[in-house]
Design a protein around this ligand. Structure first.
Ligand code: BES
Ligand code: MN
Ligand code: ZN
Length: 486
């Protein structure tokens, strides 16, 4: 998707579709045919409210998209409205979209962030995945370009925002397309190949540990999960060096398919467990953004990648394995595999002496029970970092909500035979998962993001296609850009 910032009177924009974001109660009279709808009160500009008219001027169609009340406008409202516009462009099949934001609809946002989030939104709404269909029903062309129409005085700032929005859009696309790949395509080796490709494109450092090297490294917990599968695991390390000082470690759960293993999952919706690599793909998408924006910061990406399958060689409930850190783990439930592979990644992260580590993982079904599909469950060992991550999530429109990591919960994971067990049962499932990880975090600030409820959507949304959301890419990017002082 090409993006462009233009300064032009709306009345002279030549386009198949001009979308104008408008605020409730102050809809500008930009097009003759719209005037009656607005004057009659039929169209008010409420949140998500749209009106499409066939133009009498240079724009073939004009689409109004409501962002809601002026006092409630945030980055999220603009992103969402832009996504609705792009979705409509998709369904109309217009290939290009011109987008303007009426003055009242800008709230108190600056020109740079308006441009950034508008582009993020169009990338979100314009996405579709047809690559595995020989004959897509009702095929529609890609949204090839988006023109942002801005005031003359805003052009430079908007251009700066466009650059960021563009990079995020690219990361976002990479992540969603990877998320969407089925387990027979996206294997641990495939994920490693993608990481290598990214590294070549953007000159990142890359290290891929294969099975033998993972064994040599002593990652017993990752190996335990992988041992039931014919596909070999990989441990992926990406390094972006753009600044000085200790790096930020981004760690992503890369279970390319989670059947549950011997503690097998029910068949209903099991196909969604191809999305169990969403933490990993968010890290890869963020590296795409880093490669494009080149902020002044150092970042390492760590991805433990494996399948979780039942077989004659699979781990069994009751098995005890030795982790990379040296702690022994009693495996109560083979379906609590995410924490097993992540604990070895957290332990591996020590060698980088990270300034902070953030992991993203589709870790627990319990987070869906707690927060539904609207927030990431957030836990960690450092209040300052927690606040910083939460803030980044607000800016990104990827909201995080804290859950407590009180000492009392550690009891859930007491094992009779080993240092820790990998499941504490149904109570406080998300907290127990995070407590398990915390046991493997050695002397660096760390935040865990449980994205099981937000990594993919089961139905079509107003501003979102059904399926993968690329959650994490925007949050990570906002976090890193702020840290880099950009
Ligand atoms: N990948 C799942 C979590 C998940 C659930 C992701 C729903 C997306 C949607 C994870 O590996 C898992 O199976 N967790 C178990 C942990 C339990 C056995 C302690 C769970 O949540 O049931
Ligand atoms: Mn599982
Ligand atoms: Zn899983």
């Amino acid at each position: 998707m090409k993006t462009l910032v233009l300064n032009k009177p709306l009345a002279s924009v030549e386009t198949p579709l001009l979308a104008v974001l408008v605020a409730q109660g102050s809809v500008p009279k930009i097009e003759e045919n719209l005037q009656r709808a607005i004057a009659s009160g039929d169209y008010k500009g409420k949140k998500d409210e749209t009106l499409l008219v066939y133009g009498s001027g240079t724009a073939e169609r004009v689409l109004l998209v409501g962002v809601g009340k002026v006092s409630e406008i945030t980055r999220t409202s603009i992103r969402r409205a832009a996504a609705i516009a792009a979705k409509r462009a998709r369904s109309l099949g217009t290939k290009t979209l011109a987008l303007a934001i009426a003055k009242e609809a800008r709230g108190s946002l600056g020109a740079a962030e308006l441009a950034q989030v508008a582009i993020e939104g169009t990338a979100q709404g314009g996405w579709q995945f047809t690559e595995l269909k020989k004959q897509p029903e009702d095929p529609k062309p890609e949204l090839e370009s988006v023109e942002l129409i801005v005031d003359a005085g805003d052009k430079d700032e908007a251009e700066a925002g466009r650059r960021i929005g563009d990079a995020i859009a690219a990361g976002y696309l990479l992540t969603r397309n990877l998320q969407m790949q089925p387990g027979n395509v996206c294997t641990p080796r495939y994920l490693a190949e993608q990481a290598k490709k990214l590294a070549e494109q953007h000159q990142f450092g890359v290290t891929i540990l294969d099975l033998a090297q993972i064994k040599k490294e002593g990652m017993g917990a990752l190996l335990a999960v992988a041992q039931g599968s014919a596909e070999e695991p990989r441990f992926i390390v990406l390094e972006y060096s753009g600044g000085t000082g200790a790096p930020i470690a981004l760690i992503g759960k890369g279970v390319t398919f989670d059947s549950g293993g011997i503690s097998i999952k029910p068949a209903l919706n099991m196909e969604d467990m191809k999305f169990d690599k969403s933490g990993a793909t968010a890290v890869l998408g963020t590296f795409e953004v880093l490669g494009r924006l080149k902020p002044k910061i150092n970042v390492v990406g760590l991805i433990p990648a494996t399948e979780n399958l039942p077989s004659g060689t699979a781990i069994k409930p009751g098995d005890v394995v030795k982790s990379h850190l040296g702690k022994t783990i009693e495996i109560i439930n083979t379906d609590a595999e995410g924490r097993l592979i992540l604990c070895d990644a957290l332990s591996y992260a020590r060698r980088f002496k990270p300034a902070a580590a953030i992991d993203a993982a589709t870790l627990t079904g319990a987070v869906v029970i707690a927060l539904g599909h609207h927030a990431i469950g957030m836990l960690g060992n450092d209040e300052v970092l927690l606040a910083e991550v939460r803030d980044a999530g607000e800016r990104a429109g990827e909201r995080c909500w804290p859950l407590p990591l009180w000492d009392d919960y550690r009891e859930l994971l007491k094992s009779d035979v080993a240092d820790i067990k990998n499941s504490g049962g149904r109570a406080a499932g998300t907290i127990a998962g995070a407590w398990f990880l915390r046991e493997f975090v050695d002397s660096f600030p760390w935040v865990h993001l449980d994205i099981a409820g937000t990594a993919y959507l089961e139905g079509e949304g107003v501003s979102h296609a059904k399926g993968p959301t690329a959650i994490g890419v925007r949050l990570f990017t906002e976090f890193l850009l702020k840290r880099a002082g950009a």
